[in-house]
Design a protein around this ligand. Structure first.
Ligand SMILES: Nc1nc2c(ncn2[C@@H]2O[C@H](COP(=O)(O)OP(=O)(O)OP(=O)(O)O)[C@@H](O)[C@H]2O)c(=O)[nH]1
Length: 313
């Protein structure tokens, strides 16, 4: 994605009582194995599921997930794809490279692990954590724990693997300790002027977000059966002030993936399309007509060029 050249630093509007300096700002990466709750946590921290445009200053090579501005602090959350453990091949290597690069120049890393569940996937993340960075261990989904005392042993074992700067047990679903986690991150951000407008949430183009919303529905509904085997491409986008007509194509790897996506009598696909349409409609603030097609493109996830065509870097 192209980046705007740096402009004047942005400071909160004068007259805002909370806005007297010094200001803190920095990049925060939320990492962890798939399914530990990274996206849910990041969204809960930012406080909005859908985030739209409005980056002003500062060149960055990060992909911005969202920006949270609280009083004198701006948290810039950057995207790092899940560390893939289930799927071999080119896709993994590319993904892992992206993770390592993303970690190299952020200010704070939040390593998310799921309460009571440590697996080989988590183990693979530890050597990727740069020792020179501030790193916070967030133990997610604590609402699922039957015995809270088990948490002490669990955390103790993880702390023996890496010198985390802080540990915060959280539940994104129940809103437990999210403020504590933000405070721990904030403490470790460097001083600096804000890089984004205060209401900025992300720099992703709206079509990309629409495709992500569709992909999210697919993963929610059939993710276990279709791990990393599909992507979404927006093929048509006609929008006027009254409505948007969108055609999206879901690309899967095998013929056998098609019926999984469709579900019995098309029920899965219907639900995916309905939920995605509602979200995109809320995002655009107008009615949306959404058509979703399925295409089979054999072996696409193992071909770097095909991946690039589909928008992966
Ligand atoms: N009970 C409970 N479930 C949660 C919580 N946070 C996330 N989940 C669930 O855990 C699952 C995975 O959450 P995601 O946020 O998609 O996890 P992720 O780490 O971003 O996953 P990848 O995209 O595969 O890397 C979803 O079904 C969430 O609803 C939580 O605090 N409590």
């Amino acid at each position: 994605m192209s980046q705007e050249p740096s402009q004047e630093p942005i400071v909160p509007a004068s007259g805002d009582a909370a806005a007297a300096g010094p200001f803190k700002t920095g990049f925060v990466a939320v990492v962890g194995r798939p399914n530990v709750g990274k996206s849910t946590l990041t969204n809960a921290l930012i406080g909005s599921k859908i985030s739209i445009v409005s980056r002003k200053a500062q060149t960055t090579r990060h992909r911005i997930h969202g920006v949270l501005t609280r009083d004198n602090t701006q948290f810039v959350f950057v995207d790092t794809p899940g560390f893939q453990t289930r799927h071999g091949g080119t896709m993994n290597r590319m993904m892992n490279r992206v993770v390592t690069q993303a970690l190299a120049d952020v200010d704070v890393i939040v390593h998310v692990v799921e309460a009571g569940k440590w697996s080989a996937g988590d183990e693979q993340i530890v050597p990727l954590l740069p020792v020179s960075k501030k790193c916070i261990l967030a133990v997610s989904k604590v609402d699922t724990l039957k015995n809270k005392n088990d948490l002490f042993d669990f955390v103790g074992r993880i702390m023996s693997k890496f010198a985390y700067d802080a540990v915060v047990p959280v539940s994104s679903v129940k809103g437990v300790q999210l403020d504590t986690l933000l405070a721990e991150i904030e403490q470790r951000l460097p001083q600096g002027e804000f890089m984004f407008e205060e209401d900025a949430l992300t720099d992703r183009p709206i079509r990309f977000i629409a495709a992500e919303l569709i992909r999210e529905k697919i993963f929610r509904l059939v993710g276990d059966e279709l791990p990393y085997a599909c992507t979404v491409v927006i093929e048509q986008w006609d929008e006027d002030e009254n409505a948007a007509r969108i055609a999206a194509c879901v690309v899967v790897e095998r013929d056998s993936h098609k019926p999984i996506l469709l579900g019995a009598k098309g029920t899965h696909m219907k639900r995916i399309a309905t939920e995605a349409r509602q979200d995109i409609s809320a995002l655009l603030d107008k009615p949306v007509f959404l058509e979703i097609y399925i295409k089979v493109r054999k072996g696409w996830s193992d071909k770097e060029s095909a991946l690039r065509d589909l928008g992966y870097e």
